[in-house]
Write a protein that binds this ligand. Structure first.
Ligand code: PLP
Length: 416
């Protein structure tokens, strides 16, 4: 397959947009394919290739591309207009749906992206506690704003170091980091630092994983944060409605103080949300003194798409069992091989080019990324599109058919 049209488009885009793309991960080398349309589990490129999609826009598309229930909701909303700048009945309806699914979430604020949600949740935690520092997990990703753009491997004993030009060292000095699956490191840090507002954590590391929590890890960090009176923020932008209704907090039975959501809850349109205990959320403006606002927040198109998606998942709860079984079958067929290991939770999965399953950022960095690069290219030639990085989670959707799965498994066996 030659991707000549894509190549030309990328050449032009590169003169108009930094790196030719709207978000860095899409700048696949030597050039990315350009998508013409998508439906179900398949992307069709402008060059006419039909690819099985295991990237799924990095997580939102749990029902696959353009699913009918979401499409119907969006179409119906178009007749009513798509931006008002006023409250709409969709907001309390969706707020009720999401808060009912998350017992620790008494109140919620809708925003337009996951980054915005974590940025606001951190501000609320600082406002509510009156403390300066936050702790994140090494290799955890919470979007592209200053407080969380901190180099991994820096910051627990010393201070955080910026991971991007333009981020002030003074600012990220207030972001400390601890390794995942290491409750003692957290305990040690909190015993010596009494100016910590919150720990923000992806309960399952999705952006370098999936990397799974060891037994009791999430429960232990809940106890430690509680004992030190530090807020626990679960960033469930990937895991929310991906690991099931109620996300990781339900699956692992651990209740955070604040939760951030995004991706799946927009039904494929831009969205984010943060919520938590009433006494904390009451600090958010205009009820409280922590400012947060957005022109597109709670916009009717994203909300109607999100409601349709979440309602559908409620009405077809068996989707989660089916996805789990499909991914388990993949794991059994693909399995481990000398030099590699297959990891999954629900419909999040990944083949790591490392003989043992990684447990944290340091271990995942030991993966053979050159081997992954060769594998990724062969997979694309076999018409399977995986996220173009060893460090991004792969996904299955309800739209993947048995035929798709057979193709994926066969491609893995041939390409790795
Ligand atoms: C994707 C992601 C974000 C950022 O969400 P955007 O909508 O891309 O801003 C934040 N946290 C996690 C865990 C994510 O996976």
């Amino acid at each position: 397959m030659k991707y000549n049209t894509s190549k030309d488009l990328f050449a032009e885009a590169g003169t108009l947009m930094p790196g030719g793309v709207s978000s860095p991960v899409r700048a696949i080398k030597p050039y990315p394919f350009y998508t013409a349309y998508a439906s179900g589990a398949h992307l069709t490129t402008v060059d006419g290739a039909v690819l099985i999609d295991c990237c799924l826009a990095y997580g939102p598309l749990i029902l696959g591309h353009a699913p009918q229930p979401v499409r119907r909701a969006i179409t119906a909303q178009l007749d009513l207009g798509w931006l008002y700048g006023t409250p709409t009945p969709l907001e309390p309806a969706f707020a009720k749906l999401i808060t009912s699914d998350h017992p620790g979430m008494d109140m919620i604020r809708f925003v337009s992206s996951g980054s915005e949600a974590t940025m606001a949740a951190i501000r609320v935690a600082r406002g509510y506690t009156g403390r300066k520092d936050i702790i994140k997990i090494e290799g955890g990703f919470h979007g592209a704003h200053d407080a969380v753009l901190v180099k991994a491997g820096s910051g627990a004993t010393t201070m955080g170091v910026p991971d991007s030009a333009g981020v002030l060292a003074d600012l990220v000095a207030h972001t400390r980091q601890v390794p995942y699956n290491d409750p003692e490191a957290l305990e040690t840090l909190l015993s010596s630092n009494h100016d910590v507002a919150a720990l923000i954590i992806e309960p399952v590391l999705g952006n370098i994983g999936p990397i799974l929590p060891e037994d009791n890890y999430l429960r232990e960090i809940r106890e430690i944060t509680k004992a030190h009176d530090v807020l626990l923020i679960f960033d469930e932008v990937i895991t929310g409605y991906r690991l099931g209704i109620g996300g990781a907090q339900k699956k692992f039975g651990v209740q955070p103080d604040l939760t951030t959501l995004g991706k799946i809850i927009g039904g494929g349109l831009p969205i984010g949300a943060f919520g938590g205990r009433r006494e904390i959320m009451e600090w958010v403006a205009p009820q409280g003194p922590v400012y947060q606002a957005g022109t597109f927040s709670g916009n009717p198109l994203s909300l109607t798409a999100g409601i349709a998606m979440i309602q559908y998942l409620h009405d077809h709860n068996e989707i989660y069992r089916d996805l789990d079984e499909k991914t388990r079958a993949m794991e059994e067929s693909i399995g481990n091989k000398a030099g590699g290991s297959f990891v999954r939770i629900g419909s999040m999965f990944k083949y790591f080019f490392r003989p043992l399953i990684p447990k944290n950022y340091r271990e995942v960095k030991e993966c053979d990324t050159a081997a992954f690069g060769r594998f990724w290219e062969k997979m694309l030639s076999s018409k399977v599109f995986l996220p173009p990085s060893q460090f991004e989670t792969n996904f299955l959707s309800a739209a993947h058919t048995d035929d798709d799965l057979a193709t994926i498994v066969q491609a893995y066996m041939q390409c790795r």
